[in-house]
Design a protein around this ligand. Structure first.
Ligand SMILES: Nc1ncnc2c1ncn2[C@@H]1O[C@H](COP(=O)(O)OP(=O)(O)OP(=O)(O)O)[C@@H](O)[C@H]1O
Ligand SMILES: [Mg+2]
Length: 317
């Protein structure tokens, strides 16, 4: 890879807004409990583990990236300069597998470690970057880059930027600008490309420059029914609801039936189903005007709340 710019550790650190400050003496030692605490890493990793069911490989990779940056920071204090680690990433996985959620946490992590000026994430898709007519694309792309500067630019379904067969397409122009910025403004912007794994692979095949600029590939596996049920329990718990055993069985059956459908979107489907259940629960409770409901009744979803009254397949994904 070209363009690695070994910089002066001191300026690089100042630029990254590293709050750890003072230079270390050569005989000083470092402990990573203290390093982690200073950067607030354990809070973010703890949140990641608490809020997200499964995703073991992704969580491990996030830990590894955090470790890389913690060590990089410590080394800088000893004057052990090195190029800033490349932080552009690619998140692949089916819809609703947690890519956006993890990207938001990654932005916070990179900010807290001092590798981004802000914890903000700008979400963009093809239409935000590529114009329809000549002369529109560069300003469009640059506007998005300006907004994202200092934080994360998250490009969803990045492969739609590239239409190899269409010579009149302006996607390639956006890609060229992105490639340049990913190389030259690495200290100011982290780009995360997201989308389906197979399509992303085809995109990288046609855009080797893009592949070589992405350092971290995180693959988000689709959830199995155990994980989807656990995700449902967690979502309800966070909103002070819970399922009766029969309701949980019903959710399991409902989600299993939807898993093979064309609109299935993993955890998002579970969230949407539970939103509908909440609606039915509210209707069930509030329709019985005279009955005295308990606090527990207000929290507990029952099987009929989970199961749609309409025929199977009629519910939205
Ligand atoms: N492992 C998980 N545990 C708990 N909740 C999850 C998990 N994965 C995803 N979710 C929840 O599911 C919803 C969808 O997740 P998210 O938007 O991050 O998915 P995505 O991969 O970005 O989807 P898309 O490709 O469609 O944009 C969010 O509400 C998120 O909080
Ligand atoms: Mg998303």
């Amino acid at each position: 890879m070209s363009g690695f710019q070994p910089g002066n550790g001191r300026t690089a650190r100042a630029k990254r807004g590293d709050k750890r400050g003072a230079e270390a003496r050569p005989d000083e030692t470092v402990t990573f409990a203290a390093e982690r605490a200073a950067a607030g890493i354990d809070d973010i990793i703890g949140e990641l583990n608490r809020d997200l069911v499964g995703l073991a490989a992704v969580k491990k990779r996030v830990e590894e990236i955090a470790a890389l940056l913690l060590v990089d920071r410590a080394r800088q204090r000893y004057g052990l300069t090195a190029p800033r680690p490349n932080l552009h990433m690619c998140f692949t996985g089916a819809p609703g597998t947690g890519k956006t959620t993890v990207a938001l946490k990654m932005a916070t992590l990179l900010h807290q470690l001092g590798y981004l000026q802000t914890p903000s994430l700008v979400h963009a898709m093809r239409d935000d970057l590529v114009g329809e007519y000549i002369g529109q694309t560069a300003p469009k792309t640059k506007r998005v880059l300006d907004r994202a500067k200092g934080g994360v630019l998250f490009i969803d379904e990045a492969y739609y930027l590239y239409r190899g067969t269409d010579s009149k397409d302006y996607g390639q122009e956006a890609i060229e600008i992105l490639l340049q910025v990913m190389e030259n403004d690495r200290d100011d912007l982290v780009v995360i490309l997201a989308g389906y794994k197979d399509r992303m692979e085809v995109f990288f095949e046609s855009n080797p420059g893009m592949r070589s600029r992405v350092a971290h590939h995180l693959d988000f596996a689709s959830y199995d029914i155990e994980e989807l049920t656990a995700i449902g329990r967690l979502m309800l718990d966070q909103a002070n609801y819970y399922m009766s055993p029969a309701a949980e069985q019903a959710l399991r059956g409902q989600v299993s039936a939807m898993m093979t459908g064309p609109h299935f979107a993993n955890a998002r489907t579970v969230r949407n189903e539970l939103e509908l259940s909440r609606l039915r629960h509210a209707h069930r409770i509030s329709s019985d005007l005279r009955r005295a409901w308990t606090r527990d009744d207000l929290m507990r979803l029952e099987a009929p709340d989970i199961l749609a009254a309409e025929p199977a397949g009629g519910a939205p994904a």
